[in-house]
Design a binder for this molecule. Sequence first.
Ligand code: GTP
Ligand code: SPV
Ligand code: MN
Length: 615
Amino acid sequence: MGSTSTLDDTVSIADLVADGAITSNAEVVEWVTGVAELTKPDAVVWCDGSQEEWNRITGEMVAAGTLIPLNKDLRPGSFLARSHPGDVARVEDRTFICSENESDAGPTNNWRAPADMKAELMPLFDGSMRGRTMYVVPFSMGPVGGAITQLGIEITDSPYAVLNMRIMTRMGQAALDGITPGSEWVRTVHSVGAPLLDGAEDVAWPCNDLKYITHFPETLEVWSYGSGYGGNALLSKKCFALRIASVMGRKEGWLAEHMLLLKLTNTDSGKTYHLSAAFPSACGKTNLAMLQPTIPGWKVETIGDDIAWLRPGPDGRLYAINPEAGFFGVAPGTGESTNPVAMETLWGNTIFTNVALTDDGDVWWEGKTDEVPDHLIDWQGDDWTPDAGRVAAHPNSRFTVPIQQTPTLADDWYEQNGVPLDAILFGGRRATNVPLVAQSLSWQHGVFVGATISSEKTAAQEGTVGELRRDPFAMLPFCGYNMADYWGHWLEMGEQLGEHAPKIFQVNWFRKGADGRFLWPGFGDNSRVIDWVIRRVSGEVEGRVSQVGVLPAQGELNLDGIEEVESDLAELFAIDPASWLAECDLTEEFFSRFGDRVPAGLRTELADLRKRLGA
Ligand code: GTP
Ligand code: SPV
Ligand code: MN
């Protein structure tokens, strides 16, 4: 296992780091030493990812009151963590892209000059780990040695982050061994920003009111301060695998996307297909990734639920991997009736954050069961009864669970070189306007569709839930460079892929009727839409061309067993030219924020759409 060294008067920080080092790569040791000299921890732990290490850290956290062990008979190997009530989601207004030029970050990102940001940050990191243990967490994004894989190290003073990183990534010795002198790897540093001075007592969830989630794409660095939560603290995830990786991908000819990844097998022909889908946070990726079809003819298997890296392969097709090794999924709304696969996956070895605790030591959240328990301890640790007038679990409460526990996991998750993509879906949460499904008319039209996605805000980010905002490619908070350049990169990828390019579709599970109810049953019934998508890809159905793309023709969408939806079909697919033209005006306004960096092809698509709408 990795060893621990503790600071006293007789050892220097450099010795402290070197003593425990489990690598001979001087470049790594030197970087870790530099961070330790800055942050001044009491002890340094190099993490090897072993079970023994997991047992030791969870044991320490239970003893400290930071983790609550769940009932071993009901939820073996599982724990509950309660965050500080002010540290429950990503903080987009405190997230910064620090490229040399402001225009490279673009109008959708907060920008700071790298030197200015470092000057602001370094005094905060100076001594920020005093009284705490600094963990060195090496990790691989993708199978170690794979064609699309990348490596990184997170230095953190949060044992909660260490445990989550062990679930979410291939963490430990093998990843560290892959970081060889001179190779490319990403350096990430995380501190909760709560030094323990003069033996002060720790709290269950240390954090700081002041938060910084900062990215230095040109030097492949992330510095995160003040938050212990999810995407703010598990730096492999949104910080590396999307914000930094999107910049790497643009330079090197690949794509880092906020996408789930599915394998579909036609049970009659045995033919397999692969599909990815980008939906904004809390808009259904994990649910679709664990789809249980309600129609016969398809076997659906899971490859990923949040992030996909896409790279053209030697045969000219677009190959995809899920770089992660676990799920950090939204708990509320996850239940036997909506997502039985997730429920089965969560049988044990799971860290729950901000859900409610039952009297028998298990977890509960809104939507887990139809029946609501008579008594709970809510996410803030207070007594809760059904008449409490508040939710028991935080709306952004989450589970962290190893992907290998998924009963529907596809072997393809282990594929070193990824899987070839047949179709890409773009979606959002839209009560109006956007039809259930529409195929784009070309790759360029598909990129336009992705670029103009808007969605109602959810609890996954700080802010007002329900407010409509543009979320291009579901990447608004995650694109590490100028969004207009990103659209250009997508167009170039399409040119390179040519006839091998996957087909692009727009979907919307969330359209509502005038009475406010969802028009589409969603969840497992989304298999009916996927079925149509694949039959379009394989040329089995014609569809009908509309102003906004190709829609299912009469009778093409399989509604066997849900005939009651028939009466809502017209409304599910209604296209109101006046509201679409109004959206076109908003798109033009949105594009104007990017000035002349908007690719000409997208302006052409906007003009063509207006023409088709009769403008
Ligand atoms: P992030 O992890 O934040 O990126 O979210 P995600 O995109 O993986 O979202 P997730 O699958 O966790 O779904 C979020 C919420 O949407 C949950 O409350 C689900 O119950 C709900 N949801 C998912 N799919 C559907 C659907 O098809 N129809 C409806 N009405 N709700 C859905
Ligand atoms: C999201 O918000 O898209 C998530 C959760 O998947 S987090 O890791 O916090 O980004
Ligand atoms: Mn996400």
